[in-house]
Write a protein of this length. Sequence first.
Length: 247
Amino acid sequence: MNGVTLAGAVAWHDVECASYVADLPVWRYLAAQRGGAVLDLGCGTGRVALDLAARGFEVVGVDAEPLLADALSDRAGDRGLPAKGLAADVRALALGSAHPLAIAPMQVVQLLGGAEGRRGMLESVLRHLAPGGLLAIALADPFDGVPAGEALPPLPDLLEIDGWVLSSTPVDVQDEGDAVSILRHRQAVSPEGDLTEEMATIRLDSVTAAGLEQEATRAGYAVLDARSVPPTRDYVGSTVVKLEAPR
């Protein structure tokens, strides 16, 4: 495994996302409530999909990054789990399937390029829901009620893989009005001690639960009671918006 391969999309996704578990009880509950094959939007390397599949739920994960979708398929195959990843844009899905439940964990829906991207996603997913199917979307406030100037970055996210040590540290958070930009300092140390580093910016669209519910109503969904995910030491809390397809 070389530095280019290791410090790619799969590795950094694992570093920055894989340790988050606070939302898993919500997805497990909804999967048990709705039954059938779950559609995991922005599945990444399978943080949620593999957890659900390990509990017997069939999961179809989609991600715009083919390497991440492939990682989910590989990991599910290695573990004999009923999950697979597909490379697809959630704003323009054409899977030819209908699901009783679609989920969008973490900040997936805040990475779609604003209201137009969310509209495309809502319309696209609606075509992939069974009658009365549920779309559950997690929304996070990076400041969680703390003004931008007072927000303190959490500790670095760390992961060791085959002797490589990867570190990703949020070093700045900027409120841009319609979005929030999070600047991360990424470092990779090889088994020989060689250091490579880079800066990465993640831009999250600013959208409230109420605003998303209004957009969903216009797209043809019925709004159900939202759920909440409490904050942890390393992650802010989130609101899970629940949207139901027509019956």
